[in-house]
Design a protein around this ligand. Structure first.
Ligand code: HEC
Length: 156
């Protein structure tokens, strides 16, 4: 049973990878469920890397330029995967997702928001490397703004 599942997931991933930045449509409930699982997993990784930096900006944690550099680099990498995992249209199936249907019909705008998210991550890295602690909070704030901008329009 397990190997069958892995095989299906493998096919699915191959489909997603060749889709490179173009919205694709899930073809079965099973595919749609997998797509939602991947999409939400990606955002769990985003949260796990952004969370400590939000804590720093709020003063709950001390600024740590090394953590900022590492986590911002990971966010840049996650940004590169985001379109492929985000833009699998799951609206035809009854899946438990917080993605709003508008997500799948506004590709250009979604790509712009992903790019803003990546720029914000790069901004944090640049701030951390400059060592100018006074600029850290603002750079992290821009990241928070990029999450909110996409969630406001495309997340329930
Ligand atoms: C380009 C759009 C976009 C950006 C940028 C974005 N998100 Fe999201 N996020 C979404 C969408 C859409 C969902 C809903 C996914 C679903 O339920 O299928 C989501 C879901 C989530 C979830 C819930 C995942 C789950 O397990 O259900 C978390 C946590 C999250 N985002 C955190 C963040 C954080 C933190 C940032 C910024 C550092 C961020 N997101 C940036 C679009 C975005």
């Amino acid at each position: 049973m397990k190997s069958v599942k892995v095989f299906t997931v493998g096919l699915m991933a191959a489909g997603v990878l060749t889709a490179a930045n173009a919205a694709t449509v899930a073809k079965s409930e099973k595919q749609a469920e997998a797509a939602v699982e991947y999409r939400q997993s990606l955002y769990q990784l985003v949260k796990s890397n952004a969370g400590p930096m939000f804590g720093m900006a709020k003063g709950a944690l001390p600024f740590d330029a090394e953590v900022m550099k590492t986590n911002a680099t990971r966010l840049e990498q996650l940004a590169d995967m985001m379109a492929d995992y985000l833009l699998v249209d799951t609206t035809k199936f009854d899946v438990e997702t917080d993605a709003l249907p508008a997500l799948f019909s506004n590709e250009a705008d979604v790509m712009k928001k992903i790019s803003q998210f990546k720029d914000a991550a790069s901004g944090i890295k640049a701030a951390a490397m400059s060592g100018d602690e006074g600029s850290y909070g603002k750079a992290i704030g821009a990241l928070g703004g990029s999450c909110k901008s996409c969630h406001d329009d495309y997340k329930d």
